[in-house]
Design a protein around this ligand. Structure first.
Ligand SMILES: Cc1cc2nc3c(=O)[nH]c(=O)nc-3n(C[C@H](O)[C@H](O)[C@H](O)COP(=O)(O)O)c2cc1C
Length: 262
């Protein structure tokens, strides 16, 4: 592991050009020397194998949670320095990411040491999500859909935790994105959820049904935040039983269980 040095504080912002499959490591003077073939820059890491190895060794992966405004490149490199196993980008909007080069440039930067990296999108339709996946695939090791964000401005757009009650929408996004990856560029897809708002019993039936749909669609892992969208950190303790029960029900699906420390 590299010490935290000037190299990190001066990390070049990377632009990318999907059509040419080259990364541009300096935004200012665009000479052809600054383009680095993506394959040379960044070998991909198999996150699912990491999950399997951890399970076999009876241990766990340390995963840095996605955080809007915070989990940008510098933060991720710092977390990796402190032995995180997997890092996440903040949630990015799949509709603008899939449509606008400007959005891609301002939302995303990476670096040769920025891995294993999961990129997280807010999305509510298969077209935006699968296009965003295809843009980002060369630069990441996994892709996540955020169906856990409870912020009103996100839910109003029918994104984030609004999708917990719309399993078919999640199914369609995961399924279509998986189908569109050609074998060489396949990246595993995860989904972050909250507890279903109707699950006030201890059985978490609807949350389990949701995980079942996600698994059927071909997702590789699910992250369970043990609160409903109405429950906030400030006034509701996380319910550790929700994630635990989902994990017991789904042994084949890798499961990141959050917030056990509260
Ligand atoms: C400032 C901030 C930004 C966050 N942004 C995201 C995000 O972009 N995507 C996401 O899935 N979760 C996001 N979260 C939620 C965290 O990933 C994590 O689920 C949550 O903080 C855990 O619950 P706790 O705050 O009660 O510990 C964010 C949380 C905070 C505090």
């Amino acid at each position: 592991m590299l010490p935290l040095t000037e190299q990190h504080t001066r990390t070049p912002q990377k632009r990318f050009n999907l059509a040419e499959n080259y990364a541009l490591l300096n935004t200012n003077n665009h000479s052809s020397d600054e383009y680095i073939p993506i394959d040379e820059m960044k070998p991909h890491q198999d996150i699912m194998q990491m999950f399997r190895d951890a399970k076999q060794n009876n241990t766990y992966l340390k995963v840095q949670a996605p955080m809007v405004r915070y989990s940008k490149l510098a933060f991720r490199l710092l977390c990796l320095e402190y032995n995180c196993d997997v890092v996440y980008t903040p949630m990015m909007m799949a509709d603008s990411f899939s449509k606008s080069q400007k959005a891609r440039d301002s939302d995303f930067a990476t670096h040769v040491h920025d891995k294993p990296l999961v990129v997280q999108f807010a999305a509510n339709n298969p077209t935006d999500f699968s296009l965003a996946c295809q843009y980002i695939a060369p630069f990441c090791d996994g892709i996540d859909i955020n169906c856990g964000c409870p912020q009103p401005y996100v839910m109003k757009e029918n994104l984030g935790a609004a999708l917990v009650t719309q399993p078919q929408k999640i199914f369609d996004m995961v399924h279509e994105a998986n189908n569109k990856f050609i074998s060489g560029t396949f990246r595993p897809i995860g989904v972050k959820i909250r507890i279903h708002p109707d699950d006030d019993s201890l059985e978490f039936r609807k949350t389990i049904d949701l995980a079942r749909q996600i698994e059927k669609a071909g997702a590789s892992w699910v992250t369970v935040h043990g609160r409903t969208h109405k429950q906030r950190t400030k006034n509701t303790k996380v319910n550790p039983d929700g994630p635990k029960i989902v994990k017991q029900a789904y042994r084949s699906l890798s499961c990141i269980m959050e917030t056990f420390f509260h």
